[in-house]
Design a protein around this ligand. Sequence first.
Ligand SMILES: NC(=O)C1=CN([C@@H]2O[C@H](COP(=O)(O)OP(=O)(O)OC[C@H]3O[C@@H](n4cnc5c(N)ncnc54)[C@H](OP(=O)(O)O)[C@@H]3O)[C@@H](O)[C@H]2O)C=CC1
Ligand SMILES: O=C(O)[C@H](O)COP(=O)(O)O
Length: 497
Amino acid sequence: MAGSGVFAEIKDGDGVFRYYSDGEWKASASGKSVPIINPTTRNTHFKVQACTQEEVNKIVESARAAQKLWAKTPLWKRAELLHRAAAVLKEHKAPIAECLVKEIAKPAKDAVTEVVRSGDLISYCAEEGVRILGEGKFLVSDSFPGNERTKYCLTSKIPLGVVLAIPPFNYPVNLAVSKIAPALIAGNSIVLKPPTQGAVAALHMVHCFHLAGFPRGLISCVTGKGSEIGDFLTMHPGVSCISFTGGDTGIAISKKAGMIPLQMELGGKDACIILEDADLDLGAANVVKGGFSYSGQRCTAVKVVLVMESVADELVEKVNAKVRKLTVGAPEDDCDITPVVTESSANFIEGLVMDAKQKGATFCQEYRREGNLIWPLLLDHVRPDMRIAWEEPFGPVLPVIRINSVEEGIHHCNASNFGLQGCVFTRDINKAILISDAMETGTVQINSAPARGPDHFPFQGLKDSGIGSQGITNSINMMTKIKSTVINLPTPSYTMG
Ligand SMILES: NC(=O)C1=CN([C@@H]2O[C@H](COP(=O)(O)OP(=O)(O)OC[C@H]3O[C@@H](n4cnc5c(N)ncnc54)[C@H](OP(=O)(O)O)[C@@H]3O)[C@@H](O)[C@H]2O)C=CC1
Ligand SMILES: O=C(O)[C@H](O)COP(=O)(O)O
């Protein structure tokens, strides 16, 4: 059970979850807490500390001190500790998954998968770090015009300092460790600010790093509402790098942050283009999986289907047949469709649906909502003047736009402010490549729905979907800087010369 057994110390006597600073679990001096509302019951399920600015200062100070020592810890030892943390995390997957079910209504099996996937990510990161951080470059000067061979340049990757990690609610464990593990293996320290919905799962995950024996202050976790402590954290002079995943908040952060490296993974409006020659059964299965898994609350969810008119009726029929089979209900029952994360999120989704209704979209199912639970809905004959053609619902509501040419589909995709992923279904690999090249997105999947995983693949968004690239190798590189040492010789030296 959450906050019991080995996790007992992360909760105070009043049942409020503590924050983690300088290797200890503490109650905030604010005396205030932030409620976490269970999306299913809509009642307060957990409470976390509302940390103060002084507590943030203290955390950043100890993170800076701990990083100096950690940078001098041999790479193999850093990797060994990460492997231990991965094992502890997997060992305690059940209570962490339980938090995900209660805080963000993630279906029970998917919640366990998220924790196990996170353990695997940490281990892979430890191995990859040992390989790529153990290597540098050796350059000689005579390759550049006008130079003799008098300079030897040695480069290596050095840590940045304190990495601030801010993940979103939908993968509060996986998208936290995707920042924590690369930062640590590269010799940085970490300050984590988890999403409010998902904070308790994240605190449990942090305790697994504590149990694994990481040094004091190297990892900290500060809780509180992003709208209250977010600016203080992201503009803190002690922070050397920000790795953020979330919505438009990331655009505001990137405008306010100082001259530090930023990794931003933001929203998406991933298009699924379906051509006449596509395998429509495969296309329909991926539209349903891509559009409705975790009730559409994935940045990589299919968020608009662009299907050629000649096969649209058949595709819609096949998709509808699969939508009818989706189970709707509680995450504890492992239903396919579960309540969306907050009431305001459900209201926002409803606003998009009503706008589409008013403007004449075809409802393939009856619109139904109870509390935060919204039944899956396919909207056919959506037109570009409808909000849902462009906005990200982050819910189980999927628009279909019928197109008459490939160019029309690409045009719609590229007219979006977002550019995260996209996918194309066709049996013609040549067409698929041309479409992939034409789509202005960070990734294009051919004959499969968009996905971030497996977690070592590069993952990046263009335009408003982000800055930089994630994926284990890219994150390690992003959280380091190149340092050079140049050996200057008094006379040119040529090997075997
Ligand atoms: N491209 C990608 O990889 C992904 C993108 N997303 C996108 O994330 C969005 C949904 O996630 P959601 O959690 O609602 O996103 P938000 O942008 O609302 O929140 C993300 C994180 O930022 C924190 N935060 C809020 N305000 C501030 C602030 N002023 N300064 C610093 N941090 C702040 C939040 O904390 P708090 O919860 O306390 O407000 C949370 O931890 C969608 O748009 C989705 O597409 C989601 C997953 C992956
Ligand atoms: O937030 C998200 O949507 C995740 O990054 C998606 O990860 P997945 O595509 O591997 O499920």
